[in-house]
Design a protein around this ligand. Structure first.
Ligand code: DQQ
Length: 577
């Protein structure tokens, strides 16, 4: 048995490291496949049913934030908040670690950080990696001590000649940044250091998330040697009434095209993005602005910044489930890649039954839109190598009231792209000026028809998830809203069935409306307007599972809609941990 297990591991590693299938002699056995559970309608559902087949997750138990993603000596690394003991979050959180050649297939390594020091005994929380000159990757992470006090700590590879970086050592000088009476930092709200960037003055800088009463803060620290850190007089940015800022991320984006920029680079064709994960709302928000290097502050283009009672007007990476995200610069493909945690929508009891909880979104390339006003996100191109059987459709009119089945693909594991041309826009519903301009509310309360895709649909339509566009008329302009409606996604009503919504900055009078959805058993990750709006949801159908899941295009509105292009692919399984 032991020999079989190591053969299995070797085979997986060889495959992930890019060796041909011919050398792979072992087959991966899905160990969970024999366990079962009962759904609310008494159908027996095997426990692995909802387990994604091409999204990243550990072999079992709980996972939350992505930590320290990087590319190092030709290998991608992902660390993640992992509870090795249960499918729930608790004080045993360690840094799980996996490696990959292609960001699609992943091989698990031993955890890189486990709670074993007085300053991190109750958890090795989130942090980031900075690659210092001479290819030295340093981890800065938050440790939680027995009093739940939070400090920032450094760990370095034990052996730099190990390209897989399997072992990490914590420095004896830890903690390197901590709350004191002098600096008045809140002892239980001081966490999640970013990747450091190097200023022209030769000082490294990081920000750490914090709060003072209701004010959210990105505390700025500086260091010449990465060991001695001094708190700057001013935070990089802060906002009244926004609550705790978790997992900040701060990075440059190019004003010219899709190219990504290394974190320390600044210059005339560079803008900056500050992202914070707001503890109070569990959403990731970002601002685009200028990094004023003389004052060492970030000045958002939108003066109000995150300081709003109307946070629903601040841009988000994703208007569904996506939290504690982090980017890294991929020097191989000159792109910036975004990882984000997608939690479950099921109840804890069900997570414990299936023995895992939490996945990572498909890594997304992120760049500045040509308007300079928003970011664009698109699944990394590598995911397309999992595309298998392909079905296509061109030029098909979808009259109001039409439901069009798309057959021939594995609908529970698919990649679908569709584009719509809309005419008779004068028939669009009017946007009532008294309505709150919150797209989530428009989707859940004002939706009168729309057009899009029905995914994970059961044969008799007892279950389906609809991802669709609605167009409103407002002052001779059109407002496009993208919705992901989970209300009919499962007969099991214990799940969170919230409907999500996002504005899509596309003019339907002059442009096509496009939608791409990655469907992966319990994940529906949707990209509208070529990546201008993203919505991720988690759904757990009881009937529409495996080969009982169906895919349809639909139009149940009043507008004349033509599908100009539809492509759907069955997706193969990735080798994940
Ligand atoms: N998760 C980590 C914290 C972070 C939070 C703990 C965000 O470091 O603030 O697991 O999800």
């Amino acid at each position: 048995m032991a020999a079989m297990a190591s053969l299995h591991l070797l085979a997986t590693l060889l495959l992930i490291l890019g060796y041909g299938r011919s050398v792979i002699i072992a087959h991966i056995i899905d160990e969970a496949s024999h366990q079962t559970t009962h759904s609310s309608n008494n159908m027996i559902i095997p426990n692995h049913t909802y387990r994604p087949s091409f999204h990243f997750l550990p072999s079992k138990n709980w996972m939350n934030d992505p930590n320290g993603p990087m590319r190092y000596k030709g290998m991608y690394h992902l660390f993640y908040q992992h509870n090795p003991k249960a499918a729930v979050w608790n004080t045993a959180i360690e840094w799980g670690h996996s490696i990959s050649k292609d960001l699609v297939n992943w091989f698990p390594l031993q955890p890189s950080l486990t709670p074993n020091q007085p300053y991190d005994i109750k958890g090795c929380w989130s942090g980031s990696i900075t690659i210092l000159p001479n290819q030295k990757p340093f981890i800065l992470y938050t440790g939680i001590d027995n009093n739940n006090h939070q400090t920032q700590n450094l760990a370095i590879p034990k052996n730099l000649s190990d390209p897989l970086l399997r072992e990490w050592v914590k420095l004896p000088n830890n903690p390197l940044m901590k709350p004191t009476l002098g600096n008045k930092i809140n002892v239980t709200s001081f966490r999640d250091p970013t990747t450091a960037w190097l200023g022209h003055d030769g000082f490294w800088r990081v920000i750490v998330g914090s709060q003072e009463n209701e004010k959210g803060i990105a505390i700025l620290y500086k260091s010449k040697d990465f060991l001695h850190w001094i708190k700057a007089k001013h935070p990089l940015n802060s906002a009244k009434k926004s609550g705790m800022w978790e997992c900040p991320d701060f990075y440059p984006v190019s004003t010219k095209g899709k190219i990504g920029i290394e974190t320390s680079v600044d210059g005339p064709q560079v803008r900056h993005v500050l992202k914070v994960s707001l503890y109070d709302t569990s959403h990731d928000y970002y601002l685009i602005g200028t990094y004023d290097t003389t004052k060492d502050v970030f000045v958002p283009d939108d003066e109000e910044g995150f300081d709003k009672d109307e946070l629903y007007l601040v841009q988000r990476y994703d208007y569904g489930k996506f939290y504690a995200s982090k980017t890294f610069y991929d020097d191989a493909k000159k792109r910036r890649v975004l990882w984000g945690w997608i939690n479950e929508s099921s109840v804890q009891q069900d997570d414990e039954k299936k023995a895992w909880s939490g996945i990572q979104g498909i890594p997304r390339t992120v760049w500045l839109d040509e308007s300079g006003k928003q970011l664009i996100q698109w699944p990394i191109a590598e995911i397309e190598k999992l595309r298998g059987h392909h079905v296509k459709l061109h030029s098909k009119v979808l009259k109001p009231g039409t439901l069009l089945q798309v057959s021939g693909v594995t609908a529970a594991q698919a990649d679908v792209e569709i584009s719509f041309q809309v005419s008779k826009l004068e028939n669009a519903q009017e946007l009532n000026p008294s309505w709150k301009l919150d797209p989530q509310i428009l989707c859940s309360q004002k939706a009168k028809g729309g057009f899009g895709l029905l995914v994970l649909a059961s044969k008799g339509m007892q279950e389906y998830t609809s991802v669709f566009f609605m167009i409103f008329r407002a002052n001779k302009k059109y407002v496009v809203v993208m919705c992901s409606d989970q209300s009919r996604s499962s007969l099991n009503h214990k799940n969170d069935l919230t409907t999500y919504g996002a504005f899509v900055n596309v003019d339907p009078a002059h442009e096509e409306l496009s939608l791409r959805i990655l469907i992966d058993e319990s994940v529906v990750e949707s990209f509208g307007g070529k990546g201008k709006a993203c919505i991720t949801s988690r759904v757990y159908p009881t009937l529409a599972i495996n080969d009982k899941a169906h895919l349809h295009a639909f139009n149940n509105g009043t507008l004349h809609v033509k599908i100009t292009r539809l492509s759907a692919w069955s997706m193969k399984k990735a080798k994940v941990n």
